[in-house]
Write a protein that binds this ligand. Structure first.
Ligand SMILES: [Zn+2]
Length: 289
């Protein structure tokens, strides 16, 4: 989403739709930001501009916003068709839209729904191409790019998962970081050598008019504690990768400092093509080049 945030000028207006505590820091953009969710945060005084509202009936005039960010929120909206029409109404026709959603066919999203008894995910997206096309049609904004998102199962981390059921969580190492480290390491190897999609979580879609290039590389290195993703090249350049005595490569998360298994992401270069190809074959394990 940062491609949109960093190119909007001062004076522009962004809607952070269904954002809970906020999808991004206000310092990420020069534009003004309006946060919106159905439930208000506890301390509104620290929250800047906030609107408590139903996303299917946005309390804004037509063409109010220059960009809308829907970061992992569309899966939660009961009346998705109305929400998409509202996005179209409140966004300027030359504006931009960012959407990130989970792929309901992945292990990560299935696990999340099972552990969190649905976790509020009322909409299921099962194809990158179909999802992008449906959003394009409903909002009128042209689809311009897709990015494959990976998971580290950070939602299982005991420090982040207060609402999960402890007994079910025991099946996955109790949410301790050593177990998440192991799963992240294992999933990257299965994906690399057996062509599976164990690390995939979902997709990010870009629509509308966006200034500058959009980075569509797949970043497989995702932190098991804070969930932030980093390109392998950046981690190497910043000297955050080290080799342990047993030969396992580890990276230190640039955002929170947690140790994570490191994986080169060159082998994931064709993941985006595979994800978009699923529209024609319906086969999630298309052969590599
Ligand atoms: Zn982190």
């Amino acid at each position: 989403m940062h491609e949109i945030l960093r190119t909007l000028p001062a004076g522009a207006l962004i809607l952070d739709l269904g954002c809970a505590l906020g999808s991004f820091a206000e310092t990420a953009t020069l534009a003004a930001v309006v946060r919106m969710d159905r439930e208000a945060p506890r301390d509104l005084a620290d929250f800047g501009r906030f609107a408590q509202a139903d996303a299917a009936r946005l309390p804004f005039r037509d063409r109010t916003f220059d960009a809308v960010i829907a970061n992992h929120s569309l899966e939660h909206f009961d009346n998705l068709g109305c929400v998409l029409r509202e996005i179209r109404r409140v966004t300027h026709p030359n504006g931009a839209l960012f959407v990130a959603v989970p792929d309901a066919t992945t292990l990560t999203d299935r696990l999340y729904r099972w552990l969190a008894r649905g976790g509020g995910h009322v909409n299921s997206f099962t194809s990158a191409w179909k999802t992008a096309s449906a959003i394009e049609e409903a909002t009128g904004f042209r689809h311009v790019a897709t990015k494959v998102l990976c998971s580290s199962l950070s939602f299982l981390n005991r420090g982040n998962s207060l609402r999960l059921l402890p007994r079910r969580l025991l099946l996955f190492g109790g949410g301790y970081e050593w177990s998440l480290f192991f799963y992240a390491w294992l999933f990257r190897r299965l994906d690399r050598y057996l062509n599976t999609r164990m690390s995939v979580y979902g997709w990010a879609f870009y629509f509308g008019r966006i200034q500058g290039p959009i980075d569509t590389e797949t970043w497989v290195n995702v932190c098991i504690r804070c969930g932030s993703a980093s390109p392998a090249s950046l981690l190497i350049r910043r000297e955050l990768v080290r080799r342990t005595l047993v030969g396992v490569h580890i990276f230190r998360c640039p955002d929170c400092g947690a140790d994570n298994p490191f994986a080169d992401d060159v082998w994931a270069a064709d993941w985006l093509r595979r994800e978009m190809m699923r529209r024609t074959s319906g086969d999630p394990t298309l052969p590599r080049n």
